[in-house]
Ligand binder design. Structure first.
Ligand SMILES: [Mg+2]
Length: 374
């Protein structure tokens, strides 16, 4: 087996209709625009990655369109110039690119899949994963009424999910937590604010959340506000979990050392791919900080990469990796990802991401595509 050769990068934008609208503090999503990256070696092997950027720059600065442009104009030329021969080296080859981690991550993860396919080895084993099942939690968007939220929580618990996370925003927070806790006093519950609160304005309210035995309060304050998170953490019993704030290994290191968080949500795209995610979980584990895998409304491709990442030893809390059927009528990979009644997903045994990409099904919902040679 020779060294990895990347001959072609193909970008495909698909339009995936969501089963039901998903609301966070950023707004409502009904169709997910997704950018899929395919990396080929010219010898019949290819690997897939998914860009987790959203349609609009509200979760972070990236969008499907910005990622498309950055991959075509900067990532592919840099890869060509670097003559990368291992998935491990992709991050270094792209080091000149500031930010745009989701664009980088989409390509990096596709190349990891490609290399694993060439080596006929499961991606999760190549990353250093050590578990054959992963624990699953679920994230529930803001609902029109509190009753509906409580109903949804009941349904997800019945499906087996081990941890329930509810989205909150100013005006829809303590009451929701109170209602869910009252109905389900024993469940593992957390909240996610998607950066919607301001320390000076909302400190008392955030402190109120301390009385509901939450596993964590996820990203209460602004993305760049590490110092404010540290100030808040010093006044809370409940661990703060950072999501949006952690875009790199350096962010994670800084946040942990200043006690701005006691849990980290690692999102593969947000941190720029597998090598970065692996470094973060390793460092966090060394400091006794648990990490878990967050979700970005991924298709089966992104989900498969999340499953592989979640097998790493530092991922000790249930992630937001849920069943395909929760979000999609049909998925672009098979078999569908299913969650057992115990709230686990079995890690696939096959090479690469371990799921088959349904190329025809994907073509049918393709909005645009572009192929670049290396
Ligand atoms: Mg989050």
């Amino acid at each position: 087996m020779g060294k990895l050769q990347i001959r072609q990068i193909r970008l495909q934008e698909i339009a995936m209709p969501l089963k039901s609208a998903f609301e966070t503090s950023f707004g409502v999503t009904t169709t997910r625009r997704v950018l899929i990256v395919q990396a080929s070696d010219g010898n019949g092997f290819c690997g897939y990655g998914e860009c987790t950027a959203m349609d609009r720059p509200f979760y972070n600065h990236e969008t499907v369109d910005s990622a498309w442009m950055v991959i075509c104009r900067f990532i592919v030329p840099l890869l060509k110039q670097a003559e990368v021969t291992s998935a491990d080296d992709v991050g270094d080859a792209l080091r000149a690119i500031q930010g745009n981690r989701m664009a980088v991550g989409a390509v990096e993860t596709a190349i990891w899949d490609l290399e694993s396919m060439e080596l006929d080895s499961p991606l999760w084993k190549r990353l250093g994963g050590n578990r054959e099942v992963i624990d699953c939690g679920v994230s529930i968007g803001l609902q029109s009424t509190t009753e509906l939220l409580v109903e949804k929580v009941a349904r997800e618990i019945a499906s087996g999910y081990q941890r329930i996370k509810i989205k909150i925003k100013p005006g829809q927070d303590v009451d929701l937590v109170e209602a869910v806790r009252k109905e389900f006093p024993e469940i593992t519950l957390s909240v996610d604010a998607n950066a919607a609160y301001i320390l000076e304005r909302d400190l008392d309210l955030l402190k109120e959340l301390d009385s509901y035995d939450l596993l964590m309060i996820e990203q209460p304050l602004a993305t760049g506000a590490l110092l404010a998170h540290a100030k808040l953490q010093s006044q809370l019993e409940t661990p703060i979990c950072l999501d949006e704030s952690i875009t790199s290994f350096e962010d994670a290191q800084q946040a942990i050392e200043m006690d701005a968080c006691r849990i980290i949500n690692v999102k593969l795209g947000r941190v720029g791919g597998h090598v970065s995610a692996k470094r973060i979980q390793e460092f966090a584990a060394g400091k006794g900080i648990p990490v878990w895998c967050g979700g970005m409304l991924e298709t089966g491709i992104g989900r498969a990469h999340n499953i592989a990442m979640s097998t790493l030893p530092g991922f000790t809390l249930p992630g937001d990796v849920s069943a395909s059927a929760r979000y999609w009528e049909t998925d672009i990979t098979e078999p569908l990802v299913e969650v057992s009644p115990e709230g686990t997903i079995a890690v696939p045994a096959g090479p690469g991401i371990g799921y088959t990409v349904k190329e025809e099904g994907m073509e049918a919902i393709t909005v645009r595509s572009e192929t670049l040679s290396l």
